[in-house]
Design a protein around this ligand. Structure first.
Ligand code: SD4
Length: 326
């Protein structure tokens, strides 16, 4: 449970408006160089962070920490947008996207993967045991099976029921917000100041069959540069891909922007690009960012995005992200 200090901090962060970015940055200066630290998208990040923290503190390394952390979310059938229990596509098929990246810029990714509960672990093996970065669809599945992964049905009764209800109207509006506990993206900085990241999702609910979002794309859903910082995304993947969102956030941090400023600049850019489009009504994007000093931020286009933080002082801190549009 949150202690009083956490509660106060959360309240302070939650009360920032779009015009109070500077005060948020000032707040973050007070916690500069607090490492190790882990941040993850949404409130399912709390359980994921706890696992990742346990692995990190046991000395097993940042890569295993982020992998084991997001696996908690992948295995949870109540999280309806990641792994087991994730919403299917329009044809009722659950297809998963995931990627992972380490301090040496090694990365691995799987897209359009079916029937495998832990795509993040397959992505890690793509990184470690193949000469490639990305495997997709049947090739990714064959690779996973060859590595001993078990095939299983990921469409739970509840998700199937929701899909059948959705089909009655077939109204495509991606469901992206706190109530649906979207994609998990996790960023970690270890006690040496080295960065790691992981991102895993079943993608936008009711997507076209074959659609791949930002989450498995290095630079879009996740990016890190161990000299600078790390960033990850959640929200409408198409908008994130079009701006190479996470890579841009990291590049902005390289230019000297704080994590908050960097996230805000990219969200502003996305907002400008999509303001006149039909997707504007339902567009949501959110970014988390963590720099080499352990400074962090979360920022979204619309109200409703939150992220989870875990460090020496805060084990279960859920922070309402600042946002552009209330
Ligand atoms: C996607 N970015 O596939 C994912 C979905 C998501 O919060 O993150 N929703 O577009």
């Amino acid at each position: 449970m949150e202690n009083r200090r956490n509660f106060l901090k959360k309240s302070a962060l939650a009360s920032f408006s779009a015009s109070s970015i500077i005060s948020c940055d000032q707040e973050l200066k007070n916690i500069k160089k607090e490492i190790p630290r882990i941040i993850s998208t949404w409130n399912h990040g709390l359980a994921a962070n706890n696992k990742a923290w346990e692995v990190l503190k046991s000395g097993k390394g940042g890569l295993l920490a982020v992998e084991e952390g997001v696996k908690v979310t992948e295995a949870d059938p109540n999280v309806r947008s990641v792994g087991l229990g994730g919403y299917p596509d329009r044809d009722g098929i659950v297809t998963l996207d995931a990627c992972i990246m380490d301090k040496n810029s090694n990365c691995g990714s799987v897209t359009y993967l079916q029937n495998i509960k832990h795509p993040i672990s397959v992505a890690r093996l793509v990184m470690e045991e193949t000469p490639h970065v990305m495997l997709s669809g049947k090739g990714a599945l064959d690779f996973a099976v060859s590595k001993g992964f078990k095939q299983e049905n990921l469409l739970t009764e509840q998700s199937k029921k929701d899909w059948i209800t959705w089909k009655e109207k077939s109204d495509y509006k991606p469901i992206i917000n706190i109530e649906n506990h979207d994609t998990i993206s996790m960023l970690a900085i270890d006690e040496n100041g080295d960065l790691y990241g992981a991102c895993t999702t079943s993608g936008a609910a009711w997507k076209m069959h074959g659609r791949v979002g930002d989450s498995p794309i290095i630079g879009a859903g996740l990016f890190l540069d161990n000299e600078v910082g790390a960033a990850a995304a959640t929200g409408l993947g198409e908008a994130i891909i079009k701006t190479s969102g996470s890579a841009m956030v990291v590049e902005l941090m390289r230019q000297g922007h704080s994590p908050m400023q960097a996230c805000k600049i990219i969200v502003d850019r996305i907002s400008k690009l999509h303001k006149k489009g039909p997707e504007w009504d339902y567009l949501q994007v959110g970014f988390i960012a963590l720099n080499k000093n352990g400074e962090y931020a979360g920022y979204s286009l619309r109200k409703g995005f939150n992220f989870s933080l875990c460090d020496e002082k805060n084990k279960d801190l859920l922070i309402d992200a600042d946002y552009k549009i209330g």
